[in-house]
Design a protein around this ligand. Structure first.
Ligand code: DAK
Length: 257
């Protein structure tokens, strides 16, 4: 595919996708969703990519769904736009490999929802977060209502969505919306260091850990404990698990191959 909006760079087992439509502050339009789904179709069968990083070009991560595209939609088109977006964000959340959002600037509306569909978020000090849909007579349409409540608690979700206030990266860190704040110029470097550490871990246990955490929050403790025990047990049949423990006992670095 000839990508017009996404810039894709894959090296050293890490894929970096940059949303690049700076004239519209990287607002999400139908072409973005087509390109992201095409990229995910290509990525899913690959076993040489261990971490995906998503960032934005210019002063914005993503300033929301494309208002110019949404303005003339009727309810059927609006609903389809929402379902398409939800499906794409669910694919990111359900990818076996970890997905990190490197948030360089505005993460508003659908942009904040995109960041929340990632597994965790690293933000530049200059980043701004918010769900300003109320200003447009809308509500968050890409499952942001649920993800924001789960990540930050229902009080913070109600505050941010009902007030449409924009908050700083430091405030986003304080409420658990982001996990780390960096100087603007070191955002990508810091993110890549974390991505590289993850990529260097066992590619058998990383996806299992992600899956167990992701599924575990949606089931009760008893069911979750049984599920974790079963997935934990399965790892013992994996050569990488034996190698990791042997390497510790032999006081050397594991060789995951
Ligand atoms: N869509 C389209 N264009 C956008 C945009 C957006 N979300 N955000 C910015 N732009 C465009 C501006 O129109 C402007 O274009 P030109 O006038 O130059 O042609 C260009 O980007 C630069 O923007 P500004 O001139 O406004 O730049 P500033 O630095 O002055 O301001 C800003 C930056 C981020 C504070 C401001 O641009 C802004 O407030 N943008 C809108 C942010 C926003 O409201 N985002 C939420 C969008 S609503 C649903 C499905 C999905 C959704 C909801 C429901 N269902 C169907 C149920 C999702 C909704 C949203 O995400």
């Amino acid at each position: 595919m000839n990508y017009q909006i996404l810039k894709i760079n894959i090296s050293d087992r890490i894929a970096v996708v940059t949303v690049s439509r700076p004239a519209a502050l990287n607002a999400l339009n139908s072409d973005f969703f087509k390109e992201m789904n095409h990229f995910l179709d290509d990525l899913e069968p690959r076993d040489d990519v261990k971490v995906l990083v998503i960032t934005g070009e210019g002063k914005s991560f993503v300033a929301g769904a494309d208002i110019a595209e949404m303005v003339n939609m009727n309810s059927v088109e609006g609903s389809a736009f929402s379902v398409n977006g939800q499906h794409t964000f669910d694919r990111l959340e359900n990818l076996p490999i970890p997905v990190i959002a490197a948030i360089n600037g505005y993460a508003l509306g659908g942009g904040c929802e995109l960041a929340m569909a990632c597994d965790f978020r690293i933000a530049s000090k200059l980043a701004k977060f918010g769900q300003p849909e109320m200003n447009l007579g809308l509500i968050p349409g890409y499952a942001g209502t649920l993800r924001l409540s789960k990540l930050t608690g229902i009080g913070n979700a109600l505050y941010l969505i009902l007030s449409a206030d924009t908050i700083s990266a430091d405030d986003a860190l304080r409420i658990g919306l982001v996990q780390k704040v960096t100087e603007p110029e070191s955002l990508i470097e810091e993110t890549m260091k974390i991505a590289a550490r993850i990529a260097a871990n066992s590619s058998q246990s990383v996806p299992v850990a992600k899956m167990v955490i992701r599924k575990g929050v949606n089931i009760d403790l008893t069911e979750s404990s049984e599920f974790v025990a079963s997935e934990f047990g399965k790892l013992f049949d994996q050569p990488a698990t034996k190698e990791g423990m042997k390497a510790f006992l032999e006081k050397r670095k594991p060789n995951w191959k």
